[in-house]
Design a protein around this ligand. Structure first.
Ligand SMILES: Nc1ncnc2c1ncn2[C@@H]1O[C@H](COP(=O)(O)OP(=O)(O)OP(=O)(O)O)[C@@H](O)[C@H]1O
Ligand SMILES: [Mg+2]
Length: 354
């Protein structure tokens, strides 16, 4: 394998996934990818609940896929991370790192001593009183939640080298900014998982807005299971087969069709509401298009639904189109299947290079 490589580990609600990317001078290359399913409840709403079960799944993943390293970049996205745009008195970035806890203590919904804090500069401006201000995206993550994820990786024999926000990883793997970062419009990247949907709006690769929704494809499956009185696995198959009804007549094709449609509508409305919230925030720039990733985005007719609701161009992500593909051992069909699933682990790996 040529050049340095890095491995991103994405601990999701339905499975653990990892991608190894070589980070030479040219286009990044996907070297290896694998995933191992998790039983229900091991990760709840994006948060590691059962460290041993998750560690076991990660161990299995490392024994099945011959990753070149045990050093991993881990992603987090759940209700115990908040990302907010805040305006602070201007100071040098390294000074702000030192003063952050003091500056933001009353801006986060958790005791500051229990939080891991970080920030991303977004803009600089002078306020009405003529003071120089710094607008940042503030990230606060509950320390215990981050530690559970780290422990799962460590118990599997891995060495976590960084923890990153999954929506930031998605920006790295998907952001389309071929205008050298001077795009006048923003792009919304939406990763729809089983229980967590990450929304990241960026402009030229710079994050502008992040929202983590506790909703995803799993809610649709559960609604189908309940409506039909069938186990989750069966509901899952039914959901895949039906997708969202494409026409009014399709609503009566199957008793589950309307349930899928109404739960998908709820998700569409939450995404639309989040984008509207961003667009109404100070300094927001128009959104050029929405790009969808994650397993939940595979639901047929979802792209169309979201496009109608948001009146925006909506596309399905292809992070692998931006990469070279190494000797992954995966067939073309498998590669096509995982394309929208690699966005988080690949983006985590790419973060190691930056
Ligand atoms: N072909 C398909 N049609 C409809 N839904 C699908 C399809 N394939 C996968 N899904 C849905 O994708 C979801 C899983 O997505 P993903 O693997 O990205 O989640 P995860 O990363 O494990 O969980 P999370 O990010 O929520 O913690 C499930 O709800 C599953 O039903
Ligand atoms: Mg996920």
């Amino acid at each position: 394998m040529a050049g340095r490589s890095a491995v991103g580990l994405d601990i999701g609600t339905s499975c653990v996934r990892a991608a190894e990317v070589s980070l030479g001078k040219g286009t990044p290359r996907l070297e290896r990818f694998g995933q191992v399913a998790l039983p229900v409840g091991a990760v709840r709403d994006g948060e590691v609940i059962d460290v041993d079960i998750v560690a076991g799944a990660i161990k299995k993943l490392w024994s099945e896929v011959k990753f070149g390293s045990k050093r991993v970049a881990i992603g987090v996205a759940n209700q115990k991370v908040v990302v907010r745009q805040v305006d602070l008195p201007w100071m040098e970035t390294n000074e702000l790192h030192k003063a952050l806890a003091y500056q933001v203590a009353d801006m986060i919904p958790m005791p500051v001593e229990q939080a891991i804090l970080d920030f991303f500069p977004v803009d600089e401006f002078f306020n009405d009183s003529g003071e120089r201000m710094l607008r940042v995206l503030l990230v606060a993550a509950a320390r215990d939640m981050v530690e559970s994820a780290l422990r799962a990786a460590q118990r599997a024999g891995l060495k976590p080298i960084s923890v990153d926000l999954s929506p930031f990883a998605v920006i790295r793997s998907l952001a389309d900014h071929d205008h050298l970062g001077i795009d006048s419009q923003a792009e919304a990247l939406v990763d729809i998982g089983a229980k967590v949907t990450n929304i990241a709006v960026h402009q030229g690769g710079v994050p502008r807005f992040v929202r983590i929704l506790l909703m995803g494809g799993g809610d649709l499956t559960e609604a189908v299971a309940e409506r039909m009185g069938v186990p989750l696995e069966q509901a899952e198959t039914t959901k895949h087969q039906l997708g969202i009804p494409a026409t009014p007549a399709d609503r009566d094709v199957h008793p589950a069709s309307r349930v899928i449609e109404s739960s998908a509508n709820a998700l569409v409305e939450e995404i639309r509401g989040s984008l509207d919230y961003y667009l109404a925030s100070p300094g927001a720039v128009p959104i050029r298009r929405v790009v969808l990733a994650g397993g939940g985005a595979k639901l047929s007719n979802f792209v169309g639904k979201l496009s109608v609701a948001t009146r925006l161009q909506v596309e399905t992500a292809s992070p692998m189109a931006k990469m070279r593909i190494g000797k992954t051992g995966l067939s073309d069909d498998q590669l096509a299947h995982i394309d929208s699933l690699v966005a988080v682990p690949v983006g985590l790996a790419l973060g190691v290079a930056s």
